[in-house]
Ligand binder design. Structure first.
Ligand SMILES: Cc1cc2nc3c(=O)[nH]c(=O)nc-3n(C[C@H](O)[C@H](O)[C@H](O)COP(=O)(O)OP(=O)(O)OC[C@H]3O[C@@H](n4cnc5c(N)ncnc54)[C@H](O)[C@@H]3O)c2cc1C
Length: 331
């Protein structure tokens, strides 16, 4: 997606082009606000595109089920329809305020100036936890996966999945119908995944091995074998595999945002009922925002985005109504 070189002041700078930032951009457009969406990733869509593009989401209102990448594509179309500017591949590292002009400057690769700021930075910059094996790095793109962008790559393959959370279990359910052989190992016999997904996996074609851990991966040009062991008996077993998918969680950090003078609680930005932070003109929504009753869901993030944008509008123009009315009556 091309970046826009326009550096003019916008009404609202949105840090983070994930689902919540994109919906906020749409809503701000509907309120005639100019918008700049800045994301450290080179693509829009946040976690939907980076972490689970091929997974179905079932709890977005109006969609019985929707692939994460399709939801992202729709949000991008909806979010950019009013001409929001995008500044991608740019992490915002500093935020400064000029009391004379009452403008914020966001410092990334370039400076972005805005009347208000909405932080939709999700879990910050995130990365999948990597395998603590000395040769793991050498199998990068040669059979070792931490995320999946094309399910077809696993067709007719012998796949070993490591992990016991939602990602590992959901991928086992998605891969096993098309793979030649799917084995999932997990170090405990309890899963952190949804009960329904675990039940599906147990009833499906996945060869399940609990209390097993990965000891080594072996191969010449690509991964050919994996040695696993039973962590109770230490008995080892070597499997012939074409691909190893590691889903052992993510590490994430708000990074520079921690130092912008915002009130932070457990790695999230504290907001009030208007989604306003402790700094005037700075709002937060989505996974990054913390308030009583918080749920980190796309559905709740959308609602938070509407609230934040409407109060940002009111902050810039106190004469503007907070509640804009219904979208169905606006056009
Ligand atoms: C495997 C998995 C499955 C999930 N399934 C569901 C589900 O079924 N239903 C559901 O409701 N939720 C689900 N979620 C959670 C959902 O994806 C998140 O709640 C949602 O993505 C939050 O959206 P967001 O826009 O707040 O943040 P994100 O999607 O995290 O986007 C934040 C963006 O901000 C950018 N950013 C961060 N810091 C900076 C910075 N300093 N400068 C510039 N850019 C920055 C990041 O690069 C990122 O693109 C799932 C999550 C995972 C990992």
């Amino acid at each position: 997606m091309a970046n826009n070189n326009d550096n003019s002041v916008v009404d609202l700078a949105i840090i983070g082009g994930g689902p919540v930032g994109l919906f906020a951009a749409f809503y701000a457009g509907m309120r005639s606000m100019s918008v700049n969406i800045i994301d450290s990733l080179k693509v829009l869509g946040g976690q939907l595109i980076t972490l689970y593009p091929e997974k179905y989401i079932y709890d977005v209102a109006g969609f019985p089920k929707v692939l994460a990448k399709d939801l992202a594509a729709n949000l991008i179309e909806q979010g950019l329809q009013y001409g929001a500017r995008t500044s991608l591949g740019e992490q915002i590292t500093e935020l400064s305020f000029d009391p004379q002009s009452a403008l914020y400057t966001l410092h990334g690769l370039t400076d972005h100036v805005a009347k208000t700021v909405l932080i939709c930075a999700g879990i910050g910059s995130f990365q999948p936890k990597t395998l603590p094996l000395p040769n793991a790095e050498s199998f990068h793109e040669r059979g070792l996966y931490y995320a999946i962008s094309h399910l077809d790559e696993f067709k007719d393959k012998r796949v070993l999945i490591v992990g016991g959370g939602d990602s590992a279990v959901d991928w086992a359910n998605a891969i096993s119908p098309i793979a030649r052989e799917t084995t999932l190992i997990h170090r405990r016999d309890g899963f952190r995944a949804h009960e329904d997904s675990v039940a599906k996996m147990r009833a499906g074609r996945t060869n399940l091995k609990v209390f097993y851990e990965l000891k080594s991966i072996i191969g010449d040009k690509r991964i050919e074998h994996a040695t696993i062991y039973d962590n109770r008996t230490k008995r080892e077993e070597t499997l012939d595999v074409d691909a190893v998918l590691v889903n052992i969680g993510f590490s994430s950090s708000l990074g520079p945002i921690m130092h912008w003078g915002l009130e932070i609680d457990h790695g999230q930005i504290v907001v009030n009922q208007q989604m306003a932070t402790n700094r005037a003109g700075i709002f937060a929504a989505g996974d990054v925002a913390q308030h009583p009753g918080k749920l980190k869901l796309i559905a709740t993030g959308f609602a938070e985005a509407c609230i934040a944008v409407n109060y940002a509008k009111h902050y810039i123009d106190p004469g503007a109504r907070v509640f804009p009315g219904h979208s169905s009556e606006m056009r």
